[in-house]
Design a protein around this ligand. Sequence first.
Ligand SMILES: Cc1cc2nc3c(=O)[nH]c(=O)nc-3n(C[C@H](O)[C@H](O)[C@H](O)COP(=O)(O)OP(=O)(O)OC[C@H]3O[C@@H](n4cnc5c(N)ncnc54)[C@H](O)[C@@H]3O)c2cc1C
Length: 438
Amino acid sequence: MSRVLSWGRYPPIPQEAHAIAWRDAARAAWSDAAREHGTTLAFGNGRSYGDSCLAASGHVVQTLPLDRLIAADWQTGVLRAEPGVTLEQILDVAIPRGWMLPVTPGTKYATLGGAIANDVHGKNHHVRGTFGRHVRRFALARSDGSQFECSPDEQAEFFAATIGGLGLTGLILWAEIQLMPIRSSLIDMTSIRFGDLDEFFALSEKLDPLHEYSVAWVDCQSRGSALGRGIFMAGDHATDGPLEVTRRKKRTVPFTLPIPVFNRFTLRAFNELYYQKQQRGEVVAQVGYDAYFYPLDSLLEWNRIYGRAGFQQYQCVVPSATARDATRAILDAIAGSGTGSFLAVLKRCGDLRSPGLLSFPMEGTSLALDFPQRDALNTRLFANLDAIVREAGGRIYPAKDAHMPGADFRAAYPQWQQLEALRDPALLSRFWERTTRT
Ligand SMILES: Cc1cc2nc3c(=O)[nH]c(=O)nc-3n(C[C@H](O)[C@H](O)[C@H](O)COP(=O)(O)OP(=O)(O)OC[C@H]3O[C@@H](n4cnc5c(N)ncnc54)[C@H](O)[C@@H]3O)c2cc1C
């Protein structure tokens, strides 16, 4: 048995991980954990930041050893795999054969089970929606001993509730997804510097319809007329070139720093440097898919740089109608607080509906950034940000959350009661306990 934390290492509540290595043994293993500890929860690779991947009981069943590819049809791009397979494992076999994940988050170390349970989204949300849209079927095991297949036509209620269902409906034993054809593993990327938030919205409106991928880095320390300045990055799969798995050199943060390396001064200096690094207004380049989608993955265990206290990510989405004013107010509040991270990510989400009951994205604008854990500062700032998001009709991403007030969660995700009705009584996360019972 090992001990695991969520990616933000906050809340600092280590979980006893009971590993499952075989599908046949899965049900017995997790029923045992539930019987001994009341309730449990599946744990993929712990790339969720807050407490949605932590069991209320402190005992999780880790699905990472369930890492087998079961079947693949390279004519049609349909792949069936166990839930502990990572996105990296899928890319390793799919890319040389001309297939790509249709949706990928900013880390390839998430598992298939985790990608479904959080219905993850990526830089092409405006074109392909969430991961759940590309899931064809999966098998679900429940603590009453039942096991069944779910698809849009079979056990449709469980299909919808499990996509974005935060691991609460049962244990996914395998899943089948539809991959996306590509002609090259290279990405044609255009980076454009923008001077303020209005420019971001103008660029996004103009370029999103023309590109598969789009995302922006925003300087969360700039204020006044430069509020919301940043770099917009549009990308497309090259139409010609190799189909190669990239192996970038990896470094590891060797230990957890006693205190975070960030303060008001280092943050401002880094952001200024990054913004000025792009000398020209527009830069066109061809980059490998790994560098484009997973820049942070090259530094293993980078979460340690936030120090022993850990960190929280704040990710919200606000609807299009209120997006400009709300995003401006949020950035203003963050810049005024003097905290925040090097990396603030701004992205317009599209209007494609997810099949999932509790999916996070909505048509509008999403902002995500990290904050070193400082209890008083974060509590004050997050309360301000929450009020702006609430007023704007937006919501916070459970996969990143460790603070959202229960009332905000229940108001922003009114279908939570439908999920609660289908929740397996043996599965309970700290997140669910915190947001639905307080
Ligand atoms: C650097 C970085 C970048 C990221 N970028 C994005 C992004 O761009 N977009 C985005 O949407 N997310 C992003 N994320 C978040 C991450 O993609 C999600 O939190 C993802 O769900 C993590 O997968 P995991 O396998 O680590 O699952 P975990 O974090 O371990 O668990 C997540 C959920 O999956 C459930 N689960 C896992 N396996 C199973 C199973 N077999 N059956 C049932 N439930 C299961 C768990 O119970 C839990 O509720 C990012 C995270 C990092 C660290």
